[in-house]
Design a protein around this ligand. Structure first.
Ligand code: NCD
Length: 338
């Protein structure tokens, strides 16, 4: 027997199913960005990624403030950050502001009802009513996926624990394309490959571009086996080493990551590996002069500040590219660009 409650559950179920259907890799077509959740790079085809990067390129003059746009006039983006953030949060805000939209920020967890014990699920359902899209960063893996199953507005995963960080990957790919080249790029990923969500997401995307990947980390911080398995299944050449000196000679991009102190269950384990990587100008003398050094930032002590003055350093450009890339993602999921 149908009553209005049953009907609304049915409608919601059909809606969720269609969102799931759309977000399955091979089903994302260039026409279906509106309302798309951005949860994991595993969901994106190369064609879709290229379209997002091309859109970002067109928006770059707006990101730089050289051109004006108000395509997101009247739109509201909510930012829910349950972990610290500078670049991701502020570049989403900048992206919205530069396109004429508004931002609502949950602010500190202590100042919100979370401090009274409200669940993430309830918070997300409430914030849905205020927003055209929600950006979520949360320490729990799978939280963005869970949120996307509760609401109808698009959820953008800005990092779920050690899981994924897809919008960082879009900007990383944009940087590689802009400052080096993407197709068949020879890249080393160095640092904390176990807990670093940026490298997890990046690996999946690089596999679509036939990259040759060298993984550089101490044994304790190796890339999870299931990701290596997935890369090999996609016929990607993956090499593992713990020697940065060995890896540096034959690569075009070096992607350095911070050791993710907050994710170590045992502080003693962190101390063992805390200083296992240091990129110096001397080390870079052994590299191709065109080698680009990237880092999602914040850096702690992985890159000597003297590297900043070399042509290798591109991490500050990389953090700026977060603005045009996030503009593109917002305009696409809010349905104002196709
Ligand atoms: C990264 C993150 O939060 O995963 N930062 C970022 O978003 N730019 C990397 C890190 O915290 O080490």
């Amino acid at each position: 027997m149908y009553n209005s409650q049953n009907t609304s559950i049915l409608v919601k179920w059909i809606y969720q199913f269609s969102k799931y259907y759309i977000s399955c890799n091979s089903f994302i077509s260039l026409m279906t960005f509106k309302d798309l959740n951005i949860i994991s790079m595993k969901d994106f085809s190369r064609e879709t990624i290229d379209h997002i990067l091309n859109t970002a390129e067109k928006l770059e003059p707006v990101a730089r403030g050289v051109e004006k746009s108000d395509i997101l006039d009247g739109k509201v983006l909510s930012l829910l950050f349950f972990e610290p953030s500078t670049r991701t949060r502020m570049s989403f805000e900048t992206a919205m502001i530069r396109l004429g939209g508004r931002v609502l920020n949950l602010g500190s967890v202590e100042a919100s009802s979370i401090a009274k014990g409200e669940s993430l699920a309830d918070t997300i359902r409430v914030v849905e009513g205020y927003s055209d899209a929600i950006v979520l960063r949360h320490p729990k893996e799978g939280s963005a996926q869970m949120a996307s199953e509760l609401v109808s507005v698009p959820i953008i995963n800005a990092g779920d624990g050690a899981g994924h960080h897809p919008t960082q990957t879009f900007l990383d790919l944009y940087t590689i394309r802009r400052e080096s080249h993407l197709d068949g790029v020879k890249i080393a990923l160095a640092g904390d490959l176990k807990y670093g969500r940026t490298v997890h997401s990046l690996c999946y995307a690089l596999s679509l571009y036939g990259a040759e990947i060298t993984l550089v980390s101490p044994k304790e911080l190796r890339l999870p086996d299931e990701i290596i398995y997935d890369l090999k299944k996609r016929n990607i050449k993956v090499t593992q080493t713990d020697s940065i000196e060995e890896a540096i000679r034959d690569i075009e991009v070096l992607y350095v990551t911070r050791i993710q102190k907050e994710r170590f269950p045992d502080p003693a384990e962190y101390n063992k590996v805390a200083s296992s990587l240091l990129i110096t100008p001397q080390l870079l003398e052994k590299a191709d002069p065109k080698l680009k050094v990237m880092h999602p930032l914040p850096r702690i002590n992985e890159i000597d500040p003297r590297v900043d003055d070399t042509d290798h350093a591109c991490y500050f450009n990389q953090s700026f590219y977060g603005v045009p890339v996030r503009m593109a993602l917002l305009a696409l999921v809010m349905g104002v660009l196709e």
